[in-house]
Every structure is written in structure tokens, then in C-alpha cells.
Design a protein around this ligand. Structure first.
Ligand code: PMV
Length: 314
């Protein structure tokens, strides 16, 4: 049975500032959505995610999934003879690009099942069509990372892949705060505050850009102590534009005190995920502190490959 996986993502630097044309750095991480396909009557389902699209009985409770079927059918790739089952390790609605990873894994697995080559370009195009349904005006950063993997610099709607040597003993610890937020609402609120204090906010956003410039150097030279400090500064800026909260700061400070190199909220903020850069020697300490807060640490590394078939198919 062909199965495909696609990674989720984090934003290492630059969220919110990117909305005003500043650069951001995103990274695909080793937390995955998976789809397996066998012969059937045109069904995509996920008990875990509450998805059911059944072409035989015309049930569609997920328009993004339906769009993927439509796009692949339109291209002559897909017939109605599939039964796809989706599972995911990626927290939903937390800024980890769950919808993009699910869409990429599904488009890839359906294409392989149908006997066609699942090129990165094809999976990107199809998953982006689904992203347009899930999110108003998506930047494309989420499905670019789920399809291509790696670490990317994003600016003005264009992407540059960064070739970084990531050390074996450095982890990204991801913590889902389990506090739900709407990216659209947080972005709108931040933009209205920007309008109220433009001279102050423009300086904060410039500092955000300077952090990305410094972070690129730290990544290229392998200076992960500096990278962590830059994450701390970035979190401070995000707090100053009101996208942290007492609950998020409690997580951030607990992880900091447990010895992380750097910690920040990732994505829209006011909830969602907190990410930490952690050396192997501090990994268990950090994980235990997260568990003491009643939360679960996800120990991740960069995913450099993006969407792919699971062995023995790929
Ligand atoms: O949806 P999230 O949590 O990954 O956040 C998106 C990042 C923002 O910069 C806040 C919004 C955007 O469209 O870039």
C-alpha cells in the first residue's frame, strides 16, 4: 500500500514582521502527516482529524481535501478507485502547517497510487490550491516547507532555500500550548496596533529584520549559541507587539530556566506553539520541565527532504 509523509513547520524568525515585507526564516521539522492509499470507491478519511470525503455517497466535510481530488482528476492523474487514510502527528491550528502537510501527503500518496510521478512541482501546485481554501490569502510558506523540506528564507512572496549543516546534538523542542487562536484575527489586531503607533512599530519591525540578518550569519557559521540568543530577542519583540501572553511566557520562561539555548513563540502567537533550541545535554531537562507544565514536548530536527513516499516505495 503506498504511503506518503510530509513534514510540519515552525517559524524560526520573523513572523508578523513578514506581513509588512520583512524577511522570515521557516523550517520544516520532523513531525509528520501521513497518508496511505489502497483500492476503493473514492474515499478520503481520517478518524483522527474528523475528515470524510466519500465520492460514492457524495459526502464532503472537508473542501480542501475535495479540492485535491478535483485538481488531480482534472490533470488526468486520479480516477475514483482509491481509499486514502490520513493520520497526523502535527498539532492542529497551532501554527505548524498541519493543513499543508496533510494536503501534501495526500496529493503525493494519491499520485503514487495512480502510477504517476509525484513531482515536487505537482504536489506544490495541488497543495497550494487546498491552502487557498483553508486560509485566506496564504503566503505559501507552509506548503513550500511541507513539499520541499529544509530551511527557507521568505521575503516578498519569494523563497530561498538555505543550505545549513545542522548539528546532530541540537534539537528543536516544540511545545503546543493547546491555546487556540485565529491567525487572521491576531494579524489584524497587530496591524491595527501598527497603525496606532507607526513610528514605534516600524522600528520594532526593523529590529526584526536585523535579527534575520544576524540569524543567517549564525546559521551559516554554525553558531547555535548566538542563534538561541537571537530567538530570545525575537520573542521579546513579539511580546512587545502583544503576541505573547502570560500562559505563553510561562512556557517560555520554564524552558529558558531549564537550559535551552533560546526560546520563542512561533507563528501568529497568543497561543499555538512555543519552540526552543536545545542541546542534547539539556534535552531531558527541558522535556521534564515541559511535562511539569502538563504539556508534551515534541523533539524535532529539521526535515530536509519534504514530502516523500515511505519505504519501500521511495
Ligand atoms: O499561521 P501561523 O501561526 O504559522 O502564523 C503565520 C505567520 C504570520 O506572520 C503571523 C502571518 C503571515 O501570514 O505571515
Amino acid at each position: 500500500m503506498p504511503c506518503s509523509i510530509a513534514p510540519g513547520k515552525i517559524l524560526l524568525f520573523g513572523e508578523h514582521f513578514v506581513v509588512k515585507g520583512k524577511p522570515a526564516i521557516g523550517m520544516a521539522v520532523s513531525v509528520y502527516a501521513k497518508t496511505c492509499v489502497s483500492k476503493g470507491v473514492g474515499i478520503v478519511e481520517s478518524g483522527q482529524l474528523g475528515i470524510l470525503v466519500d465520492l460514492s455517497s457524495r459526502v464532503v466535510n472537508d473542501r480542501g481535501v475535495h479540492k485535491i481530488i478535483e485538481e488531480l482528476s482534472k490533470r488526468g492523474i486520479l480516477k475514483n478507485n482509491f481509499h486514502a487514510v490520513i493520520e497526523s502527528q502535527i498539532p492542529i491550528g497551532s501554527g505548524m502547517g498541519s493543513s499543508a502537510a496533510v494536503s501534501s501527503a495526500l496529493a503525493h500518496a494519491l499520485t503514487v497510487f495512480s502510477g504517476f510521478e509525484p513531482s515536487k512541482e505537482l504536489v506544490w501546485e495541488v497543495s497550494f490550491e487546498a491552502e487557498k481554501i483553508y486560509h485566506v490569502n496564504p503566503s505559501g510558506i507552509d506548503n513550500t516547507l511541507s513539499v520541499y523540506g529544509g530551511i527557507i528564507l521568505y521575503k516578498d512572496k519569494s523563497f530561498r532555500r538555505l543550505e545549513i549543516k545542522w548539528p546532530e546534538d541540537i534539537y528543536i523542542v516544540v511545545v503546543d500550548s493547546r491555546i487556540k487562536r485565529s491567525t487572521g484575527q491576531v494579524v489584524a489586531d497587530v496591524l491595527s496596533r501598527y497603525e496606532k503607533y507607526p513610528t514605534i512599530y516600524s522600528r520594532i519591525y526593523e529590529a526584526g529584520e536585523a535579527i534575520v540578518t544576524e540569524a543567517l550569519k549564525a546559521l551559516e557559521t554554525g553558531d547555535f549559541v548566538r542563534l538561541g540568543e537571537l530567538m530570545d530577542i525575537n520573542h521579546g519583540l513579539l511580546a512587545s507587539i502583544s503576541v505573547s501572553s502570560s500562559a505563553i511566557d510561562r512556557i517560555v520562561w520554564s524552558i529558558r530556566e531549564a537550559g535551552a539555548l533560546g526560546v520563542k513563540v512561533s507563528g501568529a502567537g497568543r497561543g499555538g506553539i512555543v519552540i526552543a533550541l536545545v542541546e542534547e545535554a539539556r534535552r531531558d531537562n527541558v522535556s521534564n520541565r515541559v511535562r511539569e507544565l502538563g504539556l508534551e514536548p515534541l523533539l524535532a530536527k529539521p526535515d530536509l527532504k519534504g514530502v516523500r513516499a515511505l519505504s519501500p516505495y521511495g
